[in-house]
Design a protein around this ligand. Structure first.
Ligand code: NAI
Ligand SMILES: N[C@@H](CC=O)C(=O)O
Length: 819
């Protein structure tokens, strides 16, 4: 014999009930069947709503009653015909009038006791079981309606009753043993010894099924629902969660107690005691194997991974009772727990530090004020004498449980868990782990619940890990970067199990956001005009509110406003990769604030492309310094644009035309005057100087400008480029003169002892700088170790592809830290 329980979604409408008939028919091939049903979806909520409305007085509850009637009548009309339909309509009519009377009483008294509430809630299962048993009979499957109030004997906690297993077993055997038709039993309800109606708590029909199954020694208890099984995490919160093929009773119990709604928390116990497997099946996908909950052999229990599943409870509060006077005083904990038990307050989580100075308890948020009042009262003397210093309630808390039988004796699970949370900036407020090592529960701010579930799930369950990227700027560098991420997505995914998901892009006018990833083959179409505020602040607020795990912000703008936001991003634990120099070469204040934010956060900040585009200059400098070398001097050419201009001038051509070519090729800054004035080069030297440990500012860099003063004023870039022709002759002359003397012109600089100077230089053709081509940069490090033969880094120092490659490499460096 098997017990089949159908939840509210499985019997939501006529189509689904027809589907249930097929499932029952199939199950009958394996032997006798007992069916347990929940109320039809939404009915329990409607009943509760009607009860609460009635309690406010007046007749408004009648509207809800009409809704309830309509919903059931529609089912009868859809499923039943002839005498069967008439019989069920008569039944509905009688029972609805009974319900109407009860609601009327509640509205007159304006009082809704737990007892009346349980009575009202019991109608849902009574309706559904009656309709389904009649439908089965009509379809030739002999079935009879069984009201569980005559079988499930409980105590008098009407809303969340405890079952008297012995008394219930007697009744169940009497009513169901040797039944000659399929019993269709009302789930969720029972009755107290005084005959009043009780309910087993929300989702209690699962419990009814396992009680019946265990008493009658069922072969299997099938819980038919609307998901494919017991998932590794709540699929509504964790998109990548998947149905587990099997789990142990103990794991199912831990997970359902900690919030997994697929199974009622008490339902496992009777089945476990009787050794009967429970299967969770999807009535909308009966072909799916579902999850089998059973006693696992020791080999099965040691599954491939230590963690079996995650679950969470939202809407809880953390009660914290603390005081140095609690240390070594016996009885405080006992009074605390007894007091809460007396007030029927269920404790979800307990944590106490070994110093005994504080005890933290998580309870349902709805019981917070009742608990606070009860405890204030209980500990009034100790609070008055300051033996207990504070009794606080922290709101907006969630608890997450990480469950797995194989966690026991498996070192590193908690280290891995807390490292993952830490890297994502999730603050753990309290932790609890039982000595059976099967469940690590921790309490965090509700705001971080989804993020925590996702990053922990990914780190324990998925071989492929996600990094969420948000880009600012959609110009030259970003476009190349997006192309590179798109083209290498597959390689990274297969080779490194890394999924780089670009979730956001914004420029000054447009924006695109998509947590699942923007289609990089058509990202331009995803960009939509920005509405309202178009500031970087607005974009950042949207990124922060998404609170995705493993988030990296990528700055490909030249905007000071964006750079000014780095500290805030880092403090929000969002890592930053930037090609924009205005952060590290910004004011000393900003530079320090960025570093302070970095030190106080677990986020990373990388900016290799700030100097020499894709060339490894900052990393080389830091490797030298970190390994104990002393850098004596840095010389070189660090402007790709100016390198290009002088290299092209040597071949002949007008200065202004070459500048325009450099801009069109994507070598220049958005405003080429930044390059020609030496400002961009100076910023790079400023960054290198600061990396060397010098407290220097932009003004400390001596730098010769190539832009005539009258062209430095406010004017559009196009106009500037037009007017720049006024210097063409001067540069032509300079170039000829240099060539005649066997020299070449270069724009180069030097940092020596904290002093930095950049200028136009005449250099002999034998100088290595004269050998540079295109946008090539060259940096020469003279150090203690590289003294006779300085260390040279040389290569293209500007351009979309090389710079984007450098940015991409920084993203991958952070990704490998994060995952
Ligand atoms: N072009 C190159 O070879 C190299 C450039 N860089 C740096 O990369 C950055 C980007 O350069 P390009 O792509 O060449 O410039 P670009 O002018 O092609 O693109 C800049 C983008 O930033 C956007 N933007 C500006 N202010 C913004 C704001 N407040 N919020 C959102 N978006 C904003 C613009 O709308 C544009 O889409 C600059 O900081 C540059 O110094 C660094 C190394 C090499
Ligand atoms: N405009 C810059 C690009 C790199 O930072 C340059 O020309 O070097």
């Amino acid at each position: 014999m098997n017990v089949l329980k159908f939840g509210g979604t499985s019997i939501e409408n006529g189509k689904r009930i027809r589907n249930v008939l097929n499932i029952i028919r199939d199950a009958m091939h394996d032997g006798p069947v007992i069916v347990v049903v929940s109320a039809i979806r939404k009915v329990t909520d409607l009943l509760l709503d009607a009860a609460l409305t009635a309690c406010r007085g007046g007749g408004d509850y009648k509207e809800k009653l009409v809704d309830i009637e309509r919903l059931h009548t529609a089912l009868v009309e859809d499923l039943l015909t002839g005498e069967k339909a008439e019989d069920v309509q008569r039944y509905l009519c009688g029972v609805l009038s009974e319900l109407g009377d009860v609601l009327h009483g509640v509205s007159l008294l304006r009082e809704l006791s737990e007892k009346s509430s349980a009575l009202i809630m019991s109608f849902g299962e009574r309706f559904s079981a009656y309709i389904i048993s009649s439908y089965l009979s009509q379809e030739g499957v002999a079935a009879s309606y069984v009201d569980a109030r005559g079988m499930i004997v409980t105590d008098t906690s009407h809303g969340d009753a405890r079952v008297d297993m012995e008394a219930s077993a007697l009744q169940i055997r009497e009513r169901l043993n040797n039944a000659d038709s399929i019993p269709v039993v009302t789930g969720y309800i029972g009755s107290a010894p005084d005959g009043t109606v009780t309910t087993l708590g929300r989702g209690g029909s699962d419990y009814t099924a396992t009680i019946i199954g265990s008493v009658l020694g069922a072969g299997e208890i099938q819980i038919w629902t609307d998901v494919d099984g017991f998932f590794s995490a709540d699929p509504k919160r964790v998109r990548d969660a998947y149905a587990l093929p099997f789990i142990s009773y103990a794991e199912a119990m831990e997970l359902s107690h900690a919030g997994a709604k697929v199974l009622h928390p008490y339902a496992v116990h009777p089945a476990m005691k009787a050794g009967i497997p429970i299967t969770i099946r999807n009535s909308m996908n009966p072909g799916a194997p579902g999850t089998r909950i059973e006693k696992l052999s020791s080999e099965e229990a040691v599954s491939a991974r230590p963690v079996t599943g995650l679950s969470s409870i939202s809407d809880i509060v953390l009660l914290n009772i603390s005081g140095s006077g609690m240390v070594g005083v016996p009885g405080i904990a006992s009074r605390l727990f007894s007091c809460l038990a007396r007030h029927m307050i269920n404790i979800i989580f307990i944590s106490q530090a070994s110093s005994e100075q504080s005890i933290s308890l998580a309870i349902n948020a709805l019981q917070a004020s009742k608990a606070q009042m009860a405890l204030d009262d209980e500990f009034a003397v100790e609070l008055g004498s300051r033996q207990i210093e504070s009794l606080t309630v922290r709101q907006d808390i969630s608890m997450i449980a990480v469950v797995g039988k194989s966690m026991s004796g498996h070192p590193g699970v908690s280290a891995h868990l807390f490292e993952t949370l830490g890297k994502n900036g999730i603050n753990v407020i309290a932790v609890a782990q039982g000595a059976n090592e099967m469940n690590i529960s921790f309490v965090i701010d509700s705001h971080d619940e989804d993020k925590a579930l996702n990053c922990v799930h990914e780190s324990f369950f998925l071989s492929r890990r996600k990094v969420h990227v948000f880009i600012a700027g959609t110009g030259t560098i970003s476009s190349s970067l997006i192309g590179q991420i798109r083209d290498h997505h597959e390689t990274l995914s297969v080779g490194k199990n890394l999924d780089i998901v670009v979730c956001g892009m914004a420029n000054t006018r447009m924006m695109a956001l998509n947590n699942e990833g923007i289609d990089l083959n058509d990202w331009q179409s995803a960009l939509q005009p920005r509405e309202g505020e178009r500031t970087i602040g607005d974009y950042l607020a949207r990124i922060r509110s998404r609170n995705l795990h493993n988030t990296i912000f990528v700055d490909c703008t030249a905007s000071a406003d964006v750079a000014a936001a780095y500290p805030e991003l880092l403090r929000s634990n969002i890592s930053v990769v930037t090609a924009n120099k205005l952060g590290m070469a910004g004011s000393w204040d900003l530079y320090e604030t960025i570093n302070d934010a970095l030190n106080s956060s677990n986020a990373k900040f990388l900016y290799e492309t700030n100097v020499g585009a894709g060339l490894p200059i900052i990393n080389t400098l830091n490797d030298l310094r970190n390994s104990g070398d002393k850098i004596l001097k840095i010389e070189g050419v660090l402007s790709g644009t100016l390198s290009y201009i002088f290299n092209e001038l040597r071949k002949g051509g007008a200065f202004s035309r070459i500048v325009r070519q450099a801009r069109d090729a994507g070598f220049t800054e958005p405003d080429p005057r930044e390059d020609l004035s030496g400002a961009d080069f100076a910023r790079k030297f400023l960054i290198l100087g600061r990396e060397l440990g010098f407290r220097i500012n932009y003004e400390d860099i001596q730098c010769e400008s190539l832009v005539p003063d009258h062209l430095m004023g406010q004017m559009p870039v196009e106009e500037f480029l037009e007017k720049l022709a006024c210097v063409d002759e001067e540069y032509d002359d300079m170039n000829r003169k240099a060539a005649a003397e066997g020299m070449t012109i270069a724009y180069a600089g030097e940092i020596n002892g904290g002093k930095a100077k950049i200028s136009v230089k005449m250099l002999p053709l034998s100088n290595p700088v004269a050998g540079l081509n295109g946008t090539e940069n060259m940096v020469v490090f003279t150090t203690d170790r590289y003294f006779d033969t300085p260390l040279v880094v040389k290569g293209p120092g500007a351009g979309g592809e090389v710079t984007a490659g450098g940015v991409f490499a920084d993203i991958l460096r952070i990704a490998s830290y994060l995952v």
